[in-house]
Design a protein around this ligand. Structure first.
Ligand code: NDP
Length: 332
């Protein structure tokens, strides 16, 4: 009999996520009913939004209840099917949660095309983070050749893709990342023009120097003090895709932005977006991203933790900047 391993939300974090916020349970795998599929999860995506879902209340989607299986997208393999649309061995992605097995009626699954790259890439560059970078950069940022683009969390899943997409469109791209090692990766491997370490003492001064004449697009994945340092450096009519505010996710009190007035003075557009609102654009985004990867125009990295029991540590690491590229857990 198959045994399922599940990671549950055991407590709401008080600030930073702790191991005691999770519990791991083992139970028998349920049988699929008529029209249903039994899937074995192979890879689990670890994403910053998971931290938000651990809170009480509601954000743009319902938060988790205590005792729920932790929310997360997986790459999964069909191991039993009572649904004519899926056969054993098919691969799909879906929000199947932090668990080894899951049952689905197929409506929440997206088929994987294994010819496009390693299946785990469907959680990163060919999945939600890559598509987020594509949408925020091209549809909100609207880059033009010669413009100056600044990218928050530049070595991460979204930021690394966003910066490379802006480079492909002829922009000068400056990344922001935590630490010298990450900054070197951003310049040497991802091909950004410069990268500023946000942990250095005079971060705002170093950013201003690198930016020179001003910022046309700031792809904001971080919020907080970094957004505050960027705002006064924006050129007239700059665009800021507001993608995430990871600097605040662990905070009990949110950072208050001080330099927002400069957005009025410079006619800056700040536009928030949620990528799941744009499902109709996903196929076009995946076609572009897969083409750029195949031609060598963009590259990507994954940080892979081994074993479902390592998922809590992987989320803790991600929120502290322990990952380079897309954080994934390989489920054994
Ligand atoms: P990343 O792979 O970029 O991992 C998170 C990174 O954030 C860390 O590696 C760390 O990098 C950085 N970070 C953490 N805390 C801070 C801080 N206080 N100040 C500066 N940087 C910090 O994650 P993703 O690419 O998956 O997500 C990036 C952002 O995009 C998140 O805010 C996420 O919520 C958002 N997002 C939004 C979507 C949407 O639809 N709007 C969809 C997908 C993601 P470093 O070491 O460089 O500091």
């Amino acid at each position: 009999m198959l045994r399922n391993l599940k990671v549950l939300l055991a407590a709401r974090p008080n600030g930073s996520v702790a191991h005691t916020d999770f519990s791991i349970v083992e139970e028998e795998v349920a049988r699929p009913g008529a029209g249903e599929i039994l899937l074995r999860n192979r890879y689990l995506s670890i994403d910053p939004y998971m931290r938000v879902r651990m809170n009480e209340g509601r954000s743009y989607a319902a938060n988790l209840a205590i005792g729920d299986v932790m929310v997360g997208d997986t790459v999964a393999e069909v191991i039993q099917s009572l649904n004519p649309e899926f056969k054993v061995g098919d691969l799909a992605t879906g929000r199947l949660g932090w668990q080894r097995f899951a049952i689905s009626d197929g409506s929440n699954l997206r088929r994987i095309d294994p010819s496009l790259g390693p299946v785990s890439a469907n959680l990163g560059i060919l999945g939600m983070p890559g598509i987020t970078a594509w949408y925020g950069t091209l549809k909100i940022g609207r880059p033009a050749a010669g413009e100056t683009v600044v990218i928050g969390a530049a070595s991460g899943a979204v930021g690394s893709a966003a910066g490379q997409i802006a480079k492909l469109h002829g922009c000068r791209v400056i990344g922001i990342a935590g630490g010298e090692r990450k900054c070197r990766h951003v310049v040497d491997e991802l091909g950004f023009d410069a990268c500023i370490d946000h942990r250095q003492q005079d971060f705002a001064g170093a950013l201003a120097k690198a930016v020179g004449a001003g910022i046309d697009i700031y792809f904001d994945t971080v919020g907080g003090a970094i957004l505050d340092a960027v705002l006064p450096l924006c050129k007239p009519n700059a665009r800021i895709p507001l993608c995430g505010m990871i600097a605040d996710y662990d905070s009990i009190e949110r950072y208050g932005i001080k330099n927002l007035y400069s957005a009025i003075a410079n006619r800056v557009t700040l536009q928030g977006f949620i990528i799941s609102d744009h499902a109709e654009l996903w196929p076009a985004a995946v076609t572009d991203l897969a083409g750029w990867i195949a031609s060598g125009a963009i590259t990507y990295r994954e940080t892979v933790a081994q074993g479902l029991d390592q998922a809590p540590q992987a989320l803790i690491d991600l929120l502290r900047g322990g990952n380079v590229g897309k954080q994934i857990v390989k489920i054994d």
